[in-house]
Design a protein around this ligand. Structure first.
Ligand code: G3P
Ligand code: MG
Length: 246
């Protein structure tokens, strides 16, 4: 088990604290910290000119005042967009962060990071190479970071270009052949979709020495059931619900 998993907390702020603030932005990260998070999860993907930016969707439509595909949009446009006004007028003017900017913010907040790498199919090597260039230069050695992805090819590339970080496989349903899938990419954790919690499989994963994480859990009593099944951490949009029971 990679030593970074020793630091894992029971609650990970999802896209920062995206129930309270526009997801994946500075305000969302700061909110997660203020609510007691010691870990946050954010998504990274590429612009057309290969800049890694912190953004969840393939398209700009839902979370910015722009439109079209992120991967077909130049960073000069992306970095000018309003990524907060869609959530509430209070946040208008909030910008999309670059990976480099978010690293500075995460260091300043003194939280640990689960970086989920998103990619279009076919662009996995380019995506990881660009992310790795930034992480290898800017991420402090010995600061805990877990790389995760729904795409096994991303994790295979991360194993090559970012071997110092543990890898988590995101998946909806815990597959029957989970051991084979995790072994293939030498992953240390499996992150599954909450409706598909399967106590027997979670127990087997734990017995095999894996960390098990679950997205997205906003109900504290459901989180308690999952912890009792052996789940180590839940991704939460409202982290204060789990941390302080508010
Ligand atoms: O990494 C856990 C979770 O964020 C995966 O789903 O769609 O919220 O990125 P999504
Ligand atoms: Mg995510």
């Amino acid at each position: 088990m990679h030593r970074y998993y020793d630091h894992l907390s029971h609650v990970i702020g999802h896209r920062g604290a995206c129930g309270h603030c526009p997801e994946n932005t500075t305000s969302s990260l700061r909110k997660a910290k203020s609510l007691g998070c010691t870990w946050v999860e954010i998504d990274v993907c590429l612009t057309s000119d290969g800049l890694p930016v912190i953004f969840h969707d393939d398209t700009l439509n839902r979370c910015t005042n722009g439109e079209g595909l992120m991967l077909k949009s130049h960073s000069s446009t992306i970095l000018e967009l309003d990524a907060g006004g869609w959530f509430s007028p209070e946040y208008s003017g909030e910008k999309i962060l670059t990976l480099e900017q978010v690293i500075h913010e995460i260091i300043a907040l003194d939280v640990n990071l689960n970086l989920e790498i998103k990619s279009h199919l076919g662009w996995e090597p380019e995506t990881v190479a660009a992310v790795a260039r930034v992480l290898n230069e800017k991420w402090p050695s010995d600061k805990p970071l877990i790389i995760s992805s729904f795409l096994p090819e991303i994790l295979e590339e991360a194993r090559i270009h970012l071997p110092q970080f543990p890898r988590g496989l995101n998946i909806d349903v815990i597959p029957t052949n989970w051991l084979e899938r995790l072994s293939e990419i030498d992953a240390g954790s499996l992150h599954f979709y909450e409706p598909f919690a399967d106590p027997a499989k979670i127990e087997a994963l734990k017995r095999a020495g894996y960390k098990v994480m679950c997205f997205t859990v906003n109900n504290p009593s459901r989180a308690q059931e999952l912890y009792e099944m052996g789940v180590d951490s839940v991704f939460c949009d409202y982290p204060e619900r789990m941390i302080t029971g508010q």
